[in-house]
Design a protein around this ligand. Structure first.
Ligand code: GTR
Length: 349
């Protein structure tokens, strides 16, 4: 059977195959987390500011002697409200001057608040550094003294960070913690999908231009390859993944199964027309193939009965998809589509 087929029945998927697929992703791609990753963090509010429409909270989560920052923006109306956990990677933090500048193209805060959503922004750099050797930094250094070929690295640590933010959100009466999405762009999108796969408390995982080892299939990828990603970013995925450099066809899983791991919860994938490196067609095909997992739950995955139109959101099923005209970016229009998908679907969550 080709790996690209999804030929499970509901019973075998839930009882064993889902767990096996998750274990394959852990062992060969994103890495296995140590038991310490299940330990609770300690949370502290460092600062709170009240704005006319929202409250801004600067928070710190602590594990042993490591402090990790995140920010929370709570609408003053609409409680309990749904929320996003945005995975802010270091290049974005710098480029968009966050948190000094709150409103930006990647985070249209006023629009999110106006729609009645809360937003948490995870500062990933505090969790693990995005640099070669980053697997030996911060939380990874504390939790994992003994590194194995299947040990977790930076992307998995960031995804764990998103789950730890969710632990905090669950304690807040202002948040409807059954309605929390995880979202990221590019390497942040890869992280969001892994967070959704590993933590079924997330109601929705949103990937913007996540490309290779995100939403795009590895088999037949026309942009970045497994070898490209392993060579440029050896600190993202476990060492075992390097076995598949130039051997994508030997991978025991492919990325449509990462989307299938979200089922029957919601998933939204967006691509860009001028982003060949992230293989938009491979992302769309992965969504189509993953739709079979939703059928097990009598839900529709991606519903697209016509040829793809750019700048149009296919949002009827439990997998949403659109492709914006333009480059490898997360845009205001993307957020409009994510918000309207989440709003439409949130009532069904
Ligand atoms: C690209 C990289 C991608 C993607 C992106 C990013 O250069 O090849 O895998 O993750 O960067 O995160 O900006």
């Amino acid at each position: 059977m080709s790996i690209l087929n999804f030929n499970y029945n509901k019973y075998s998927w839930e009882e064993s195959e889902r767990k096996k697929v998750l274990a394959l992703f852990e062992n060969y791609i994103y890495g296995v987390r140590p038991p310490e990753s299940l330990e609770r963090f300690v949370y502290q509010i460092l600062d709170e500011e009240i704005f006319p429409n929202f409250i801004k909270r600067h928070l710190q989560m602590t594990y042993q002697d490591l402090n990790m920052n995140f920010y929370l923006f709570l609408p003053r109306k609409n409680k309990p409200c749904p929320a996003f956990v945005f995975i802010m990677h270091p290049a974005q933090e710098k480029h968009y001057n966050f948190p000094k500048k709150l409103e930006s193209e990647i985070i249209p805060l006023s629009m999110i608040i106006k729609e009645g959503f809360a937003l948490a922004v995870l500062i990933t750099n505090d969790i693990a550094k995005d640099e070669i050797g980053g697997e030996k930094s911060n939380l990874l250094a504390i939790m994992d003294k003994k590194r194995e070929p299947n040990s977790w690295k930076v992307i998995s640590a960031w995804a764990l960070g998103a789950s730890k933010v969710l632990d905090y959100l669950e304690t807040l009466p202002e948040i409807d913690s059954k309605k929390v999405a995880t979202i990221g762009h590019s390497r942040g999108g890869k992280t969001a999908l892994w967070a959704g796969a590993t933590d079924s408390r997330f109601a929705l995982a949103i990937s913007s231009c996540s490309g290779n080892t995100g939403a795009a299939l590895s088999r037949g990828n026309t942009g970045e390859t497994v070898k490209d990603i392993n060579e440029r970013f050896p600190h993202w995925f476990c060492d075992n993944y390097k076995m598949f450099n130039e051997r994508e066809n030997s991978l025991p899983v492919d990325q449509h199964l990462l989307i299938a791991l979200q089922a029957p919860r919601l998933c939204y994938v967006s691509s860009a027309t001028e982003d060949e490196w992230a293989d938009p067609d491979g992302e769309l095909l992965a969504c189509k193939l993953a739709s079979k997992a939703y059928e097990l739950y009598k839900e529709q995955g991606l519903l697209m009965s016509e040829p793809l139109k750019a700048d149009y959101s296919y949002s009827e099923g439990h997998i949403g998809y659109h492709r914006h005209t333009g480059k490898h970016l997360i845009t205001h229009q993307d957020w409009e589509f994510y918000l309207s998908f989440f709003k439409k679907k949130v009532s069904q969550v």
